[in-house]
Design a protein around this ligand. Structure first.
Ligand code: NAD
Ligand code: ZN
Length: 357
């Protein structure tokens, strides 16, 4: 897939052994003599760092690596600062290149380090989670502030993405489930046929085969790329990618990060958005059928009982996507046709209370 933005275009290689194309790409893009810095997390380093390092070293590249903590612990000011210190001490310069080896958290951190190191150096995404099909393209990179997730960041597009399916084979089921939520999201907002294909063909996340994985990544990346092409800086339609995220983020932050995965939160938020769409936009949709399928895949489909609905509404209001005192939601007129809608607190409340089991 080629991702096109206003200023740049870059390739996304998806498939078995996709990583093997990295050396040739680097040489032909003029990075043969550059110092390469791999940023990865502890877990991914233990599983896949050697493979990538050996591949590059065998081809004569000069590679160093910096290993950061896993998950949101990678996206802190401290780790960001330590990454810069490491890069400076290692003698990286403007001709150097950063490789992000890991999931969305590593991609967001490494991308932001690349965006800011000496006013910006190029970087390459090597995603290792299913969720990262969403985060590795599009160029949004960020770290967190104690007052809000992804509050400090930049738009910095990678120069290429290498999505090797072999890396996904070590993913725990819970991470596959988290990433698959974004796959469903992409189908719902943009592609009815793909959404139908998912519901008819995916009956267990523990038995995904490479053909299914590559098809859903290809579709997901394709949909994301099409949206980013139209709206790189999120002034309009890119906001559709937030389907399910308004309530999802509120649930994530109220439960405490790590207590529920991002994707699980998004699924509950998506069911909520579908209910709102049926009420407000007359969407016709087999919601019980969807919930049954999601249940069978191991998702939670209701708001955890310990979360207070008033508190969730208050948290949603604080979300950065709010422009007025009313909350804007991504709803669906039909599958594949999203719409941004401002809703009153009462409407939100009335539907939210039906979301508890
Ligand atoms: P992650 O990078 O935290 O990975 C999740 C966990 O899986 C980590 O513990 C990691 O060590 C482990 N892991 C990664 N690859 C593995 C593998 N191959 N085998 C075994 N374990 C592996 O996060 P994620 O779930 O990929 O992404 C979530 C992050 O992405 C969030 O911080 C979110 O804000 C961000 N995000 C960014 C965008 C964007 O557009 N920039 C979009 C969506 C999400
Ligand atoms: Zn998401």
């Amino acid at each position: 897939i080629i991702v096109q933005t206003t200023s740049e275009q870059y390739p996304v290689y998806i498939g078995k052994d996709a990583i093997n194309r990295l050396p040739d790409f680097l040489n032909s893009a003029g990075y043969g003599k550059s110092k390469l810095l791999i940023i990865t997390d502890k877990k991914v380093a233990s599983l896949h760092l050697e493979t990538v390092k050996m591949l590059l070293q065998n081809e004569g590249f000069s590679v160093i690596d910096f290993v950061v903590p896993e998950g949101e612990f990678a996206k802190t000011f401290e780790v960001f600062y330590q990454s810069h210190t490491y890069a400076l001490e290692a003698g990286l310069n403007r001709k150097s290149l950063i490789l992000a080896l890991g999931g969305g958290a590593v991609g967001d951190l490494a991308g932001f380090v690349a965006a800011t190191f000496m006013r910006g150096v190029p970087f390459i995404q090597i995603p290792t989670t299913l969720l990262a099909h969403d985060s590795a393209v599009g160029g949004k990179v960020a770290i967190n502030h104690p007052l809000g997730k992804n509050m400090i960041g930049a738009f910095h597009q990678p120069i290429a993405v290498f999505y090797d399916l072999a890396f996904l084979h070590t993913l725990p089921l819970s991470e596959l489930r988290s990433g698959f939520a974004e796959v469903i999201k992409h189908g719902l907002i943009q592609d009815q046929t793909f959404f139908k294909w998912l519901t008819e063909n995916i009956s267990g996340l523990d038995e995904l085969i490479d053909e299914q994985l590559s098809y859903m990544i290809l579709k997901g990346v394709g949909i994301k790329a099409a949206i980013v092409k139209e709206d790189e800086k999120e002034s309009g339609i890119r906001a559709f990618l937030n389907l399910g995220h308004t309530l999802g983020h509120a649930i994530e932050s109220e439960m405490g990060y790590g207590k529920i995965s991002h994707g699980e939160g998004v699924i509950i938020g998506t069911i909520f958005a579908l209910k709102l769409s049926m009420k407000e936009l007359d969407l016709r949709f087999d919601l019980p059928g969807l919930i049954k399928w999601l249940d069978s895949l191991g998702y939670r489909t209701s708001v955890p009982a310990e979360l207070n609905s008033e508190k969730l509404i208050a948290v949603m209001k604080k979300d950065k996507k709010t422009v007025t005192s009313k909350i804007r939601f991504v709803l669906l007129e039909q599958i594949g046709i999203p719409k941004l809608v401002e809703l009153s607190d009462k409407t939100i409340h009335d539907v939210l209370v039906t979301m508890y089991s």
